[in-house]
Every structure is written in C-alpha cells, then in structure tokens.
Write a protein that binds this ligand. Structure first.
Ligand SMILES: Cc1ncc(COP(=O)(O)O)c(C=O)c1O
Length: 410
C-alpha cells in the first residue's frame, strides 16, 4: 500500500472540487470584537469578523472574564481528571445547577462540547432503550448523526420541519416500540426554526421521547436565554435539551438538561461523559457568569436581533441573494464552491472582511453560501462596508442580483 499516495489523492479530490478547507489564522482583540487581526503573509492586518458564532460577544464580556480570572487564580488551570476521578469541582456542580434552572429541568450534565454531548447521549439512549427507533430530522447536525450511527439501532429520517412526514413515519411503526424524535430548534446553515410545540404534540400522541438541539438558540432566544423552546413556552414539554456553552454563551463546552434519572443514566453509561477529562474550572466559572448575565439581561438579545434585521434588509435592498429566515443567521446564496471561495478570499484580501465559505458537506452541493453572523457589536458602518464589498464583488463576478427589495425591516 502506498500510504502517501492515498492521503495525497484524498486531498487532491477536495482541491479539485474547490472545497479544500483553508483556516484563517486570526487573533481576536479583547474589547474590540468584531475587530481582529489576521496573520497574513507580510504581517498582521486588522480585519472585521463576520462569521463568528460568539453570537453575542459574550467571549469578551467583562463579567465572564472576571469570573474566569478569579477561578484560574483560585483553582489553577485544569480540572485534574475525569468527573469520576478528581475532575468534579464545585464549579462543575454550580454550572450544572445553573443549566438545570435555565431550562426548568431537574438536572443537567456537562460535556466537553455539544458535539460530544449529542454523539454520546444519542448513542447511549439507544442502549438504554432496547429496540428503540430514532426519528432524525434530515438536517440534523453531524454530531447527532454520529451519535445515531454509533448507537447502531434503527433510524428513520424525516423531512426537515415536515410534520406530516414525521407523523406518517411515526404511525408506520409498532405503537409499543420506544421512539426518540431528534431535531434542532434553529438550523444553523439556513436559519430555519423548528415547530417545537407541534413536534411535542406528535411525540405525545405517539409515545416518543423528544431530544432537542438548542445549540444555535441558547442565550439568544427566550426571556432568560433558555432558547427557542423557552421563547415558545414549550420547554417543559421537551424531554432532553442539548446546548452549547460556546456560541451564545461565548466560551466552550456542551450539556444536556433533562429529568434527574435521564441525566443520571447518561452520566452512568455514556463513554463520552465517563472517559474524558472534565472542563477546566475557569471555563465552568465563566459559563456560569455568562448564563447568569444573559438570564437577567435582554439588551444583548434585542440588539442582536435588531442587527440581524438591519443586515438582512440592507443586503436585500442591494439585491444580494440573502436567504430568508426568521432567525439571527444571515445566509447569502452563491451556489458554487469555487465562486464562494473566490468571494471570501477577495473579502479578506481586499476588504479586510473575514467570512468563511460554507461548502459541502456542511451544506448540500449546489447551495454553497456565505453565512454571515451579525453580533450586537457590529456597527452600522461595519454593515455598510460589508454590503458595499459584496455588491462590488457580485458585479465583478457577474453574479445575478435579485429584484431590490425595500428596506422594510429597518
Ligand atoms: C446544531 C449543532 N449542534 C452541535 C454543535 C456542536 O457544538 P460544539 O461547538 O459545542 O461542539 C454544533 C456546532 O457547530 C451545531 O451546529
């Protein structure tokens, strides 16, 4: 076997398709986000970040930083072990209590990321519920797909947000069988939102457990930042809520929140919980501060939504193909991986604007796009610069513009 050739061939296949990933080497400037610096050939240059999932800028909030500094000074850098072997600190206990309260659940369980939380929880659920079938929304994130595959049990894929399809598929299986409906609240690549209450109705009717990924909604929606289920007043109806401490809360880590027995069973059986070092105490302390702040303050959420509305309206007014959705995510359709990369390269090189191209397999082929993420910290001038740069590139590349829409949302 020519190992070198196998790897080179795999890489060449990505290059040929125009979807070889290049990571931008950037450094965020605390206190100045979305301003950052790009390590480019010839030195550091200032840039504006337009694709961060630190949606509210909590990763630089003074309350969060103070809590992290304090924990670092008090407890040191790492946790020292797995949760079972010396890695359960009071910071972890506090954070789990905070998360259980945020979601109105009896308990919560921490993981090192929401990816790990999805993967190990969904796989373990299938082991805990012998013979169970997972009903998975077709647009579910890679971490849920990995967990469902790792569980090894039967699965049924239903069309994104399609209640009739879900109902038909639930009706087709033995009513006595255990079922889990796994879905997301905000689908991160197109910004669509799930009809959570209606899915819970179907779950109740068919005796299914609900598993909801609120990764792109926690901190951002609901009066306390509990997510879309909180906003829609259906949080109590969802059996297991998955969330991240990155994105809206600005740090890192993941969790589930559910009834005490569910969390205890996952704690006791899930390899992705058991066999890995727990989060650093400073991360847990920062997350507690971030969650507490966003439970009490709506200011960040309101400004975030206002910025998203303004950006969408400005893009639409310029005729740029912004994909309509009710959320904070602003996708702009390009429809070709090579062109998408050319646009994002030009944005960075010529306009000092950082946007990462979104290509297959993150989205299906043919609907490659830019994914813009406005934050409360993006100014009107930042928005104007972005729209002007995109308009110039669209004209230069001869890309079609849509009928200019009135800036109705402003
Ligand atoms: C829907 C969804 N779930 C889970 C994750 C994983 O979250 P984390 O970054 O905390 O691992 C992501 C990450 O982007 C996501 O988009």
């Amino acid at each position: 076997m020519d190992y070198g050739r196998a790897f080179a061939k795999a890489l060449q296949a990505l290059r040929d398709e125009g979807r070889y990933r290049v990571f931008a080497d950037i450094q965020r400037d605390r206190g100045r986000f979305p301003a950052a610096r790009h390590h480019a050939v010839g030195g550091m240059r200032p840039i504006t970040v337009w694709c961060s999932n630190d949606y509210l800028g909590m990763g630089q909030h003074p309350v969060v930083l103070a809590a992290m500094h304090e924990a670092l000074d008090a407890a040191g850098a790492g946790s020292g072990g797995t949760r079972n072997i010396s890695g359960t600190t009071h910071y972890h206990i506090d954070l789990e209590a905070e998360l259980a309260d945020l979601h109105g659940k009896e308990a919560a369980l921490l993981f090192t990321s929401a990816y790990v939380a999805n993967d190990t929880t969904l796989a373990t659920l299938q082991k805990l519920l012998p013979g169970s079938i997972i009903f998975s929304d077709e647009k579910n994130h890679a971490s849920m797909i990995a967990g469902i595959r790792n569980g090894g049990g039967p699965k049924v894929i239903w069309r994104n947000n399609d209640l009739a399809d879900l109902e038909a598929k639930l009706s087709a299986v033995d009513p006595g069988r255990a079922k889990v409906i796994a879905f997301e609240s905000v689908y991160s690549m197109d910004g669509r939102m799930a009809p959570i209450g209606a899915i819970c109705d179907l779950a109740e009717k068919h005796g299914a457990l609900t598993y909801l990924d609120e990764v792109h909604a926690v901190g951002l929606y609901g009066p306390h930042g509990g997510g879309l289920a909180e906003r829609d007043r259906v949080m109590h109806r969802v059996d297991i809520i998955n969330g991240t401490l990155a994105k809206g809360f600005g740090i890192m880590g993941g969790y589930i929140a559910a009834k005490a027995d569910i969390c205890d069973a996952i704690r006791s059986y899930a390899p992705g919980f058991i066999f890995t070092t727990s989060l650093a105490p400073a991360i847990a302390a920062g997350a507690v501060a971030s969650i507490r702040h966003l439970k009490a303050s709506d200011a960040e959420r309101e400004r975030h939504q206002e910025r998203a509305r303004l950006l969408k309206a400005r893009l639409a007014a310029a005729g740029l193909p912004v994909m309509d959705n009710p959320s904070h995510i602003v996708p702009v359709l390009v429809g070709d991986p090579v062109l998408t990369k050319r646009i994002t390269d030009a944005l960075l090189d010529r306009f000092a604007i950082y946007v990462q191209p979104i290509n297959y397999p993150t989205v299906p082929r043919g609907i490659e796009r830019l994914r813009l993420t406005p934050t409360p910290q993006h100014s009107d001038a930042d928005i104007d610069r972005l729209v002007a740069a995109l308009s110039e590139l669209w004209a230069e590349l001869g890309l079609p513009l849509e009928g200019r829409r009135a800036e109705a949302a402003e």
